[in-house]
Write a protein that binds this ligand. Structure first.
Ligand SMILES: *Cc1c(COP(=O)(O)O)cnc(C)c1O
Length: 253
């Protein structure tokens, strides 16, 4: 059982996040209903997700395949309905763990990964929804395809019959608000170009997954539809980031 205090704390933070999202949307002349918050639960124990469920949070983001699988099993065994988003970097050998669970896979940045997902979709007769991750910062170490690689990659992805390209995702480099805003703007302009080139309607490729705890208000102003928020909801993550294992440490809320 989750403590009432924990549930109260999460409820308060969840409420405040939505208030601030509404404010940012209003500033940008957007409807707040277009924007969803994904609760990033990576490296937190499944008991914390149960507390979040008690608050009414239903949509979680995870970065590691095994951890996603373990938490999905844990919550399913307890009868919870959860929508999972895979927001980590997709390794092709993890497709069979992730694809059956995730509603949307955010971090696809190569044809190799897209091919593996398409094969999974074909084998199971089920389309796989993805976002293409773009490196909007130009930094060497980041995941994501370069902006100039996006259109050839998207064109190839659109030919794969079991993939559904739902939009784009980015993780900006640490920087000033102006720098971060520029990256969000770039992602949105790439999506506009994607629509013009390949879209069948003005609503094609609807999602822009951008904005984390430190910059989600900027992201909303620049057109985000999916915010990936961890720390601002759950507090600091346990220090040691588990790699592909179920977390055992307590979260520090
Ligand atoms: C961890 C993570 C987040 C959440 O970051 P916070 O700063 O804790 O909100 C969002 N997106 C990705 C891809 C992540 O890895």
């Amino acid at each position: 059982m989750s403590s009432p205090l924990l549930i109260e704390l999460l409820a308060e933070r969840w409420h405040q996040l939505h208030e601030r999202v509404r404010e940012s949307a209003r500033r940008a002349g957007r409807r707040a209903e277009e924007i969803r918050i994904i609760a990033v639960s990576k490296s937190h124990p499944p008991e914390l997700l149960e507390a979040a469920l008690a608050v009414g949070i239903r949509c979680f983001g995870e970065n590691y395949a095994q951890e996603l699988r373990a938490k999905a099993d844990y919550l399913q065994q307890r009868g919870h309905q959860v929508e999972w988003h895979f927001i980590g970097h997709l390794q092709t050998n993890k497709v069979k763990l992730i694809a059956p669970i995730a509603t949307l896979i955010h971090g696809v940045d190569s044809l190799h990964a897209a091919d593996a997902l398409n094969r999974w979709g074909e084998r199971h007769g089920k389309p796989v929804h993805i976002l293409l991750q773009v490196n909007t910062s130009g930094e060497q170490t980041k995941h994501g395809c370069a902006p100039e690689e996006l259109f050839p990659l998207a064109e190839a992805v659109l030919r794969l019959p079991f993939l559904r390209l739902d939009g784009l995702m980015t993780i900006p480099a640490p920087g000033t608000p102006e720098q971060v805003r520029r990256e969000f703007r770039l992602l949105r302009s790439l999506r506009e170009e994607l629509r013009q080139r390949y879209g069948s309607s003005p609503e094609s490729f609807p999602h822009l997954s951008m904005g984390m705890s430190a910059d989600y208000e900027l992201a909303v102003e620049e057109g985000a539809t999916l915010l990936r928020i961890g720390t601002a909801l759950f507090g600091e993550r346990p220090r040691k980031q588990p790699q592909e294992t179920r977390p055992t440490e307590q979260s520090q809320l």
